[in-house]
Design a binder for this molecule. Structure first.
Ligand code: ZN
Length: 263
């Protein structure tokens, strides 16, 4: 988080990554002094395919004014994604409504994803819906996320499965084995400290293989459904931000490959 987008790209390339998810706030900073064409060049110079723009946060349960801003951001990000040939924009559900009612959460999520997909499809971009395991998020499990994306039923809307959120929110391993792999757009791989699920925050994330997440079981289920596209490392651990990004990227690449049996 302390490195800029140019450093991210150089470190990812040096570490042997093939793709980069572009952190939205870093992209905003970069585009203050560069064009979208510059961004495209930055990625190609580093031999990286842009996987996504990550992310638009809290898309659901917004006020009218805030929702108008979400739609405008979706339009902007999808236009940029199309220009740099990134297939996905990651979108994240909003806070749990007071009712906590599943039917209300599903109908709001389906409505918003359909409206944002109308925008995304005009740019030939797809939306990757990422549930969060934290207890204040309206969509905390793979089961609920899959139900929502199934009801939306559009090629332009699929899911992110993040191993941290999968575990923290109490999703079931067996659910992965029931997924349509075409609906799984991105797999975020990371590990976590051994804490009660309710206490886990993003700051407790660890490099793959360094914690207690059931990554081997998750990988086995992904293999079962034939998911074989992308694993993307996502670490939000402040301790790591103090480290040299090139060294950390190299270690992250090796750690993920080891856990996924790719070496
Ligand atoms: Zn994630």
């Amino acid at each position: 988080m302390h490195a800029d987008l140019e450093t991210d790209a150089a470190a990812a390339h040096a570490a042997g990554f093939e793709c980069l998810e572009i952190w939205a706030s870093k992209m905003r900073e970069y585009l203050k002094s560069h064009s979208v064409a510059d961004l495209k060049n930055l990625l190609s110079e580093n031999n990286l395919e842009p996987l996504s723009i990550n992310s638009i946060e809290h898309i659901t349960f917004r006020t009218t004014d805030d929702y108008a801003k979400i739609k405008a951001e979706c339009e902007e990000f999808c236009r940029i994604a199309a220009e740099i040939e990134a297939p996905y924009v990651v979108v994240v559900p909003g806070k749990m409504p007071a009712s906590g009612d599943n039917a209300e959460i599903i109908s709001e999520s389906v409505r918003v994803l359909n409206e944002l997909a109308d925008i995304a499809e005009q740019h030939g971009v797809a939306l990757a819906f990422e549930f969060l395991g934290q207890q204040d998020c309206s969509v905390q499990t793979l089961e609920l996320s899959n139900e929502i994306v199934g009801q939306v039923n559009r090629d332009s809307v699929g899911m992110v499965l993040d191993s941290f959120h999968f575990y923290a929110g109490g999703s079931e391993i067996e659910t992965i084995g029931k997924l349509d792999p075409k609906k799984l757009f991105i797999f975020h791989i990371n590990d976590a400290e051994d804490l009660p699920k309710s206490e886990l925050t993003d700051a407790n994330r660890l490099l793959p293989g360094s914690g207690i997440l059931p990554l081997t079981a998750i990988k086995a289920q992904l293999d079962n459904i034939g998911y074989n596209t992308v694993a993307s490392i996502e670490l939000f651990r402040p301790e790591y931000w103090e480290r040299d990004p090139f060294e950390l990227a190299a270690q992250a690449n090796a750690a993920a490959k080891s856990v996924l049996n790719l070496t």
